[in-house]
Design a protein around this ligand. Structure first.
Ligand code: NAD
Length: 441
């Protein structure tokens, strides 16, 4: 099929490459000339495992290309909408300007039957409003179907999740549109992936509810981690024991410095705003509690660092290991590690950040921080090392060799990934969230 992907960001690029991989002829549209140029040269402006290879292969074969021109994309059978839905200036609801803007630009070019498949995360009710707009603006009128097909990919696993999703959800009002969805995803459906065909409102709410639940789960375990700290209990053992119960499950329940990224924080906020608009006060209260726990995490982390240091924060040298909001991506949007690093800098600490792939994206957002290409460089003369992102290489760091580089052998493992005993045996004071500290051996 001929496919367009409108909006080439963290969702759109893996999706465009994935659709080419499924055998479709794909054209990606974006408003950013730098991005379009890099993508046409087969270069990915974001880091995701396997993405560069997929892009290079399909741009070289001609199955995948990118353009700045919406008109060039107009004769596709299916148009995926993957533009951003950042938080509005009110700080709570989605700014759907990119979604409505892209559709206003596309619709006048639609002269024959086709399907618009929305993938961006939107407020409940958006699909019906967009349908009215498209039917008014497109020359093909009601022959253009609008369906909502929310995306559940996890950053850090974007290619894998695009090609092997755990489910496909599609909200539609017209049975005709279902066939287009089945055709486009035929190879995936043939693998037995379940597809839920429902109303647009249910599809929109499924996505918001999924991310809000993930946010609730993280805030829950962070709140319980604080109870562990206060009582001397061990949150990691607690998670393991809780997770055995299949009704709870350990996945997505890692205690730490809070959830971040381009999705969870804004999606919880916007879902809370929807609850308010819908007059469902219990949902609003529950979601606000999850947000409040998350918002307090960075300040709490700073208190932990302050208590762990045997000197004033002002002037202290801090090594922050990790800048991306989680491992496997160079996305630093609402990164908890950078939020903590930024606060420490404001309090007068000298913070040097290391990350295996996110130094450029981090430096653009936080130019006030210092950056280092290696863990050793970041840690030289440090008064404290902080593990802010759960990159596997940090787990393997050599505690003995690092001990000779730092001023003080103090580490705060915000992600609970280090082997605390091993670090203590190498002479380190090890501090963790929700677990007892370990004194140097
Ligand atoms: P992003 O900001 O990385 O990408 C959005 C892209 O759209 C940008 O490249 C921007 O230049 C482009 N754009 C904006 N207006 C345009 C227009 N009129 N025409 C063409 N391109 C335009 O955002 P993202 O992280 O990819 O997220 C996109 C949507 O997908 C959001 O609604 C998000 O909530 C949702 N989502 C994201 C993920 C994820 O892992 N990032 C997962 C699931 C859902």
């Amino acid at each position: 099929m001929r496919v367009s992907v409108i909006g080439c960001g963290h969702l759109g690029i893996p999706h465009a490459a994935g659709m080419a991989h499924l055998g479709h002829q794909v054209i990606g549209v974006d408003t950013d000339p730098g991005k379009v140029g890099a993508l046409n040269a087969g270069r990915a402006p974001i880091y995701e495992a396997g993405l560069s290879e997929l892009l290079a292969k399909h741009t070289a074969s001609g199955d995948l290309r990118f353009t700045l021109s919406m008109r060039e994309a107009a004769d596709a059978d299916v148009h995926f909408l993957a533009v951003g839905t950042p938080i509005d200036s009110d700080g709570r609801s989605y700014d759907t300007g990119q979604v409505f803007g892209a559709v206003r630009e596309l619709a006048p070019h639609l002269t024959r039957p086709c399907t618009i498949m929305g993938k961006s995360t939107v407020t409940v009710g958006t699909t019906r409003r967009l349908t009215e707009l498209v039917h008014r603006l497109a020359p093909a009128g009601t022959d253009v179907n609008v369906v909502w097909n929310p995306e559940f990919l996890r950053e850090g696993h974007a290619v894998e999740d695009t090609l092997q999703p755990d489910r496909i959800v599609v909200g539609l009002t017209n049975d005709h549109a279902e066939q287009a969805v089945r055709d486009i995803y035929a190879p995936i459906l043939a693998d037995g992936v379940p597809m839920f065909v429902t109303t647009p409102e249910t599809a929109e709410l499924i996505k918001g509810a999924a991310n809000s639940f993930l946010g609730l789960k993280i805030s829950f375990i962070n709140a319980v981690a604080d109870m562990c700290t206060a009582s001397g209990a061990d949150v990691m053992t607690l998670v393991e024991a809780l997770g055995i119960d299949p009704r709870i499950g350990a996945k997505g329940m890692m205690p730490g410095i809070g959830y971040g990224g381009g999705c969870l924080p804004k999606d919880v906020r916007a879902f809370t705003a929807s609850a308010t608009q819908l007059g469902t006060s219990d949902a609003e209260t529950l979601l606000r509690a999850a947000e409040a726990v998350n918002e307090n995490r960075a300040d709490y982390a700073v208190q932990v660092v302050d208590a762990a240091l045997d000197r004033d924060l002002e002037g202290a040298r801090v090594a922050m290991w990790g800048a991306s909001f989680k491992a496997g991506t160079n996305d630093v949007r609402e990164s908890p590690a950078l939020a903590v690093a930024g606060r420490l800098h404001q309090l007068g600490a000298r913070v040097t950040v290391h990350d295996p792939v996110a130094l450029d994206t981090a430096a653009r957002r936080h130019p006030e921080l210092e950056y280092a290409d290696t863990v050793e460089e970041a840690s030289a003369d440090a008064d404290v090392i902080l593990v802010g992102t759960e990159w596997p290489e940090y787990r393997q760091a050599d505690a003995k060799a690092l001990a000779d580089l730092v001023t003080n052998r103090t580490v705060v493992d915000f992600r609970n990934i280090l082997d605390g005993e091993q670090w203590a045996n190498a002479g380190w004071a090890v501090h963790r969230l929700g677990r007892p500290s370990i004194d140097p051996a």
